[in-house]
Structures are given as structure tokens and as C-alpha cells.
Write a protein that binds this ligand. Structure first.
Ligand code: PGA
Length: 260
């Protein structure tokens, strides 16, 4: 996998009409003359799962392929189990069957609001890899942890616990998203320097776990906007972004893609 990735996390937003319009607007933005999307950048859309089929049809009908562009699909979460009596859950195999390439795992909203723990997250990473999906594993400290000087140690612990079930030949499928909890949805992004420092630390930690850290994508998430994207992505260890709010606007999301 290339190292650069921009992923749109729609969270619990949108409906079928929104999906149709957003994909049409995004296609127009990404294919207009001079749009200059670097073809080394992968772009993925993670809508709510109920909108995956609409998204897939919208992308198939779009003129993106004619311009040599592929937008990948992904889910925002999936089950820690492969199949069975788990009412309301969606398996990694089902996401793959819908054409998904990526899955967000361990987003802080799921850790905080849905009580996801490191054991569940590590099982979900394993489910992704077993079904050929690329997990986008989210890690990041709270404001309190940052103020207490524990940002690095928090991220280290999250990586160590979530990646216990990765086989040596699977590392390159794994994407890490550094998402400081205090920057998500707040309008306050981490500074490029602070984010770079944690990204460097993540690569060092991955290497210590035996991963080919230099070949893996480590992306940043938390209030990325078109105005801040360029500086963040210019850092040597920031390979792209996980974009929430700004991914709901075609113009903003396209300029963030171009900034990568
Ligand atoms: P935000 O969300 O860009 O709205 O801060 C990012 C995320 O939660 O993945």
C-alpha cells in the first residue's frame, strides 16, 4: 500500500439524497481541470453502513474512473466476531462483501460512548485482517492525559494492546490514525509540530513491535480543515488524514485531498 491516505468519516450523518449530492459534487471537484489530485494518494469514504450500497452505486456511476481516480469504501466500525447470534452487528466479511477496503477501528467516540475496550479493539483488528480489510486503528490521548504529560505513553499502550494479533505478513495492511481526543470535532487541531512529534513516536513504537514502520500509513485526525491540511501533511511522518466534519462538504474535502 502507498503511504498516503485521506479517509472521510461521515459519522452518523447523511441520508440517501445527501449521499447522491455529495458524491456528485465531489466528483465534479476532483475531476475539474487543474484539480491536481496526486495519484499517489488513496481516498476512502466511510459512510454510515446503511448508505454503503448507495455510495457504491454512486461511485460506479461517476466519471471518476474515466479520470483515473478510485475512491475506496469503508465502514466506521464492525463486530469483534466473525458470524453468529450478535443482533445489530456487522461482520468484517459483510463489509468486504459490500466492496469495502477499509474499516475504522477503535475511534475515540466508540471507546468513550460505546465502552469499547482494548481487547475488543484488538479482536476487531484481527477480524479486519482476516477478511482482507485494512483497519484504520485510532489512537490518541485525552486533554487531561496531554496536560499530565502522558500523550506518548497513552498512545504506546493503545498500540501495544490493539496490535497483539497482527501477523508479520499483515503489517502493511494496518493504518494508524493519531486522533487526539481533544481535537476531534472541536475546531482546534493539534499543531503540525505536536502532531509530527506523536507521529514520529508512533513509528518508533511500531518498529519496536516488529512492524515495517516506514512503509505504513500513519494519518492524523482531529479538526483537519482545508486551511490547516497543507501544513499538517507537509510533516515527514504525517501521511494523510481522517476527516470528520470537513468530509461532509465536497469542496472542503476535495481541497484536503489536494493538500495531501
Ligand atoms: P473531525 O473528526 O474532523 O470532525 O474533528 C475527525 C474524526 O473523528 O475522525
Amino acid at each position: 500500500m502507498g503511504r498516503r491516505l485521506i479517509a472521510a468519516n461521515w459519522k452518523m450523518h447523511g441520508n440517501r439524497e445527501f449521499t447522491r449530492r455529495l458524491l456528485a459534487d465531489l466528483t465534479a471537484e476532483l475531476t475539474r481541470p487543474g484539480a491536481c489530485l496526486d495519484n499517489g494518494v488513496e481516498v476512502a469514504i466511510m459512510p454510515p453502513s446503511l448508505l454503503l450500497a448507495d455510495c457504491r452505486r454512486g461511485l460506479e456511476k461517476s466519471s471518476l474512473a474515466l479520470h483515473g481516480l478510485t475512491l475506496f469504501l469503508g465502514v466506521q466500525n464492525l463486530a469483534r466476531w466473525s458470524e453468529g447470534a450478535y443482533t445489530g452487528e456487522i461482520s468484517a466479511a459483510m463489509a468486504a462483501d459490500q466492496g469495502c477496503r477499509f474499516a475504522i477501528i477503535g475511534h475515540s467516540e466508540r471507546r468513550q460512548l460505546m465502552g469499547e475496550d482494548d481487547q475488543a479493539i484488538s479482536e476487531k483488528v484481527a477480524q479486519c485482517l482476516a477478511s482482507g480489510l485494512k483497519p484504520i486503528l485510532c489512537v490518541g490521548e485525552t486533554l487531561q492525559e496531554r496536560e499530565d504529560g502522558q500523550a506518548f505513553s497513552r498512545v504506546t499502550a493503545q498500540l501495544q494492546q490493539a496490535l497483539t494479533q497482527v501477523n508479520p505478513d499483515q503489517w502493511q495492511q494496518v493504518v494508524i490514525a493519531y486522533e487526539p481526543v481533544w481535537a476531534i470535532g472541536t475546531g482546534v487541531s493539534a499543531s503540525a509540530e505536536d502532531a509530527q512529534a506523536v507521529h514520529r513516536h508512533i513509528r518508533v513504537t511500531l518498529a519496536a513491535l516488529g512492524a515495517p514502520a516506514q512503509e505504513m500509513a500513519v494519518i492524523y485526525g482531529g479538526s483537519v480543515k482545508p486551511e490547516t491540511a497543507k501544513q499538517l501533511f507537509a510533516q515527514p511522518d504525517i501521511d494523510g488524514g481522517l476527516i470528520g466534519g470537513a468530509s461532509l462538504d465536497a469542496n472542503s474535502f476535495a481541497s484536503i485531498c489536494r493538500a495531501c
